[in-house]
Write a protein that binds this ligand. Structure first.
Ligand code: GAL
Length: 330
């Protein structure tokens, strides 16, 4: 059954837009074009939230981009410089996630559309706040099918600029975050990883993952990986040209999320060290390894490494990015 409802939270003025299709129910927000909650059945048919969701009153001060569409450029840009432009330095000496006025921290317009077999919400923004050349016009659609959320982002600008959006949702497939991500298995179809310096800026070296704890090509336990990488994973994997790109699963709930799309890389962030005084809807505070962000994007700091590709958005050019999050049980 296809259905939707909209509720405004009077304290924050944020609209909570809930779409339903069959056994799936997902809530999106007009603040940050966010994915907020995603209720999906476990292997026994029990429907629970597989995203980390912070309590609504904390959303306007969210320090960790929960579920948000991050842009114009996700990740870090060294010293915040691109050509003659200086972007905000909001992460030490560097620029992160489009800055403090990035897309994740702005209110968007939106429209819900019912289709024959799916339902979607399209968020629209004309970005004049981030400080990037533009304005960049963005349309970001989340389409809920009977087994997936399909995220499609269109970007166009009146001036030459750069775009590298991602969604920063934290997954936890145990259901209402009752177990940490150490109970999960992660598979990434990537043979290469970017080396980073102490400020998490890519050094330019591209390293093979084979024989290291970063080799997730066969599906590895995050518990075992995090024992070998105690500082946590906050790294960019260069995806192989293969679909699907990423599979996250949890044995006990029998839930699996399969990610595919047209992006070059994924930044995996295990939220290690993110022990915050920030209550989630389940009661717990946000803490290390409560969730895992799988941020599909082009490689970070690519403006300083043209040999890896380009995130240029030329005047009047349109770029379309897509990521599909399919949920199944096993
Ligand atoms: C990640 C980033 C982390 C941290 C986090 C905060 O994408 O790689 O270093 O900044 O976002 O949301």
């Amino acid at each position: 059954m296809i259905n939707y409802s909209i509720k405004k939270d009077p304290a924050t003025n944020i609209d909570f837009i809930t779409l339903e299709n069959g056994t799936l129910k997902a809530t999106f927000l007009n603040f940050g074009a966010r994915m907020y909650e995603f209720f999906a059945p476990d292997k026994n048919g029990l429907s629970e939230n597989i995203f980390l969701s912070i309590q609504p009153k904390y959303l306007l001060d969210d320090p960790a981009q929960f579920g948000a569409l991050v842009g114009p450029v996700a990740g870090r840009i060294k010293k915040g410089q691109w050509k003659e432009h200086q972007f905000e330095l909001n992460n030490g000496q560097n620029h992160l996630h489009g800055g403090s006025k990035g897309w994740w921290n702005q209110f968007w317009d939106y429209q819900v559309e019912e289709h024959e077999k799916s339902i979607s919400v399209t968020f629209k923004l004309i970005d004049t706040s981030s400080g990037y050349p533009g304005p960049i016009k963005i349309s970001n659609t989340y389409e809920l099918t009977t087994d997936a959320i399909i995220m499609t982002t269109h970007c166009i600008s009146d001036q030459d600029t750069i775009v590298n959006p991602t969604n920063h949702v934290y997954f936890n497939l145990s259901g209402n975050a009752k177990r940490d991500i150490t109970s999960h298995i992660l598979q990434i179809n990537a043979r290469k990883l970017l080396e980073t310096d102490t400020e998490l800026i890519p050094t330019g070296q591209v390293l093979p993952v084979a024989g290291t704890p970063y080799d997730f090509s066969k599906g590895n336990s995050l518990k075992e990986a995090l024992i070998k990488i105690p500082a946590g994973i906050d790294d960019a994997f260069w995806l192989d040209d293969k679909s699907p790109q990423i599979i996250l699963s949890e044995q006990e709930s029998g839930r699996r999320v399969t990610i595919s799309g047209n992006r070059q890389a994924v930044v995996v962030f295990t939220a290690t060290g993110l022990d915050l005084d920030l209550p989630m809807t389940f009661g717990d505070n946000m803490h290390s390894q409560a969730g895992i962000a799988l941020e599909t994007q082009e490689l970070p700091d690519i403006v300083n490494h043209p040999e890896w590709g380009s995130i240029d958005l030329k005047n009047s050019e349109e770029k379309v990015f897509q990521t599909i999050y399919q949920v199944t049980t096993f």
